[in-house]
Design a protein around this ligand. Structure first.
Ligand SMILES: [Mn+2]
Length: 454
């Protein structure tokens, strides 16, 4: 009730400095937060969080210049578009939370107490805006909404860059990766015989530990994804096509305000459940089979990654139960070991050891861990397989997946259970616990979906 009141007050005078209240019980989880003065697709920028990240980067660098480009509109003729023509570059987004195309960010560090931040935006073009809608231009509105005091037209970038290089006489850091390999300005810099370095390793290590703002976005993406998995389970029935289950997931997450999918939805029934990245989703699920649904929604540039495995009939067979509970136990063993200081490789070994020791005769002559053919998990964030060194010991605020599986192609039987987990000071928290995971919960949700309501 208190939250509702706060929301009403905030909605009256929403400013860029304030965060919108989280989505409430009424309406979709990811309800659109309208910012009258921020054109385009953008949600409000958390100016405090982005300023803190920029300062942390400049502090790490000490002395030097950082230049980061935004993404550009996709080419409808050349690219396979997924949902719309633009997704922001992750490095640019991390330091701005801005979904502006063709922008650049220039950061200058002259020492611990002297830093400078300039955002460059293309000048507005009224004729072009008939096609694109209103764009954020280099003016006082942009400064207010982004929390960046200096916002200049794009055509002043090269001059400002030269001045920044002259003032610092230090290295120039630029993101060198697949997303920027077509940037002529960065290529010119990289071949300029100056001290040019890749900023990605520093940024990637920062992105490994999520701040509160990032965790809030991840929680939203996960909560939306949970709703999608419930919808997928409810759409399950013998004879359902895999794409019907896919549509139930994707329809629900979009209805809940997901921006797009985090990755192509995997719906593998029967034999397809034993193919790890099967995403054609064209087969008809047969009575008695399991279906593996590995699907995640993206919200506010962050993606969830959740997998559920359930029987299309709504009831597990005793064989399916035994395999499923072995995977579940293996996941729980890993979860119970998550705490700051532990490494991903240790968790992986713990989950495998559990599976080996509890296999009994389930997998015949051998133990079931021999059919657990992928790693335990990975970081998630703005990328579904997020950046960051996997040898880094866990720390509070890191977010990872735990996804053991057993794949038995000879029996057309695959089970994967994947949840998203945030490391806390005391251990870990399940983020995706709202998606039914135990056999009883899964069967109950599927039974209730079939029972006609009176
Ligand atoms: Mn995954």
């Amino acid at each position: 009730m208190r939250f509702l009141l706060v929301f009403c007050l905030a909605a009256g005078a929403l400013q860029a400095q304030e965060r919108p209240a989280p989505a409430l019980s009424a309406g979709p989880l990811g309800a659109w937060s309208f910012v009258p003065a921020l054109p385009g697709m953008g949600r409000p920028v958390n100016v405090a969080a982005t300023a803190a990240r920029r300062q942390a980067l400049l502090t790490r660098i000490g002395r030097g210049v950082v230049l980061i480009p935004a993404a550009h509109e996709r080419d409808l003729e050349a690219d396979y578009v997924q949902d719309n023509d633009f997704r922001q570059n992750n490095t640019f987004f991390y330091f701005t939370e801005l979904e502006a195309e063709d922008a650049w960010l220039l950061l200058t560090a002259l020492g611990p107490d002297s830093t400078d931040v300039v955002l460059f935006l293309p000048s507005r073009d009224p004729a072009q805006e008939r096609w694109t809608g209103i764009r954020l231009g280099p003016d006082a509105t942009a400064s207010r909404l982004t929390g960046i005091a200096t916002v200049l037209p794009l055509d002043s970038l090269d001059r400002r860059l030269r001045i920044a290089q002259f003032r610092t006489r230090g290295p120039v850091y630029i993101p060198l990766d697949a997303s920027t390999k077509g940037e002529a300005r960065l290529n010119d810099l990289a071949f300029s015989a100056r001290d040019v370095r890749n900023v990605r390793p520093i940024v990637d290590s920062m992105r490994l530990v999520k701040d509160d703002e990032e965790l809030a976005r991840l929680r939203m993406a996960v909560n939306i994804t949970v709703q999608g998995h419930l919808a997928a389970m409810r759409a399950g029935r013998p004879g359902a096509f895999e794409y019907e289950i896919e549509a139930a997931f994707e329809g629900e997450v979009r209805r809940q305000g997901a921006d797009r999918l985090g990755y192509p939805t995997i719906v593998g029934s029967g034999p397809n459940g034993t193919t790890l990245h099967y995403d054609a989703n064209r087969r008809r699920a047969q009575d008695g089979e399991l279906v593996v649904v590995d699907a995640g929604a993206e919200y506010g540039q962050y993606t969830a990654d959740v997998t559920r495995t359930w029987p299309v009939s709504g009831k597990f067979t005793s064989r399916q139960k035994a395999i499923y509970n072995l995977v579940l136990g293996s996941q729980q063993a890993a979860f119970d070991a998550v705490r700051p200081g532990v490494k991903m490789a240790t968790l992986d070994s713990i989950s495998r050891a559990y599976m080996r020791e509890h296999s009994g005769s389930l997998c015949g002559e051998t133990t079931c861990d021999n059919f657990y053919i992928h790693g335990l998990g990975h970081w998630i964030g703005m990328d579904v397989h997020d950046v960051g060194d996997y040898t880094t010991p866990l720390a509070s605020g890191m977010v990872l997946t735990l996804e053991p599986g057993i794949y038995l192609p000879d029996e057309a039987l695959g089970v994967r259970i994947e949840d998203d987990v945030v490391v806390t000071a005391a251990g870990a928290e399940w983020l995706s616990a709202g998606a039914p995971r135990s056999i009883d919960e899964v069967e109950r949700v599927m039974r209730e979906a079939r029972t006609p309501r009176r």
